[in-house]
Design a protein around this ligand. Structure first.
Ligand SMILES: Nc1ncnc2c1ncn2[C@@H]1O[C@H](COP(=O)(O)OP(=O)(O)OP(=O)(O)O)[C@@H](O)[C@H]1O
Ligand SMILES: [Mg+2]
Length: 151
């Protein structure tokens, strides 16, 4: 388990970048990263930093489009936000299965809405507010047994 403290959006981005760089270094070509945490906690900020590891600098919340695709320098990045989805059918109608099968890294916000779609070998990123300060966050990153990665 990897545990971090963040005190500002830039810290959260940096932790995201650390994960991105680690996957890049290990040449991981396919992964599902489930980003969990309440509204406004920093899931998109984390994704922005992650994408920066792949030379992508234009990450915006995909809330209205469900998924944004970015062509990174070595891999595609698919950024999902399930917040506005009604049910699993909506997800499959946008070709979710195809995304799972494609080469590339999926970062998915709001899997809490449809937890059953998270693959067993997903990487889990959990972001929590702490009571101490408005901008403080705790970030936990968990890898599946199948991935031998250290941050
Ligand atoms: N330590 C921190 N890490 C990340 N964001 C922070 C931090 N402190 C303050 N913020 C602020 O919290 C907000 C995080 O927004 P962001 O869109 O990344 O959250 P989110 O979890 O994706 O939200 P949503 O559930 O609405 O998609 C930003 O306004 C950012 O400036
Ligand atoms: Mg978001």
């Amino acid at each position: 388990m990897n545990f971090y403290f963040s005190h500002a959006p830039e810290d959260t981005e940096k932790i995201g970048r650390t994960l991105g760089l680690a996957l890049k270094k290990a040449n991981v070509r396919q992964a599902f990263i489930a980003l969990r945490g309440e509204m406004g906690v920093g899931k998109t900020a984390f994704t922005r930093g992650f994408a920066d590891a792949f030379a992508v600098s234009s990450v915006r919340s995909p809330t209205y489009t469900v998924v944004n695709e970015y062509r990174g320098d070595t891999l595609s990045i698919f950024h999902f936000d399930l917040y506005r989805l009604e049910d699993e059918d909506d997800l499959y109608s946008i070709g979710f299965d195809d995304y799972l099968a494609r080469e590339g890294l999926i970062l998915c916000e709001w899997t809490e809405k449809i937890p059953e779609i998270v693959p067993n070998d997903a990487i889990s990123v959990l972001i929590r507010r702490t009571k101490a300060c408005e901008n403080d966050r705790e970030i936990e990153i968990l890898f599946p047994d199948s991935l031998d990665i250290s941050l």
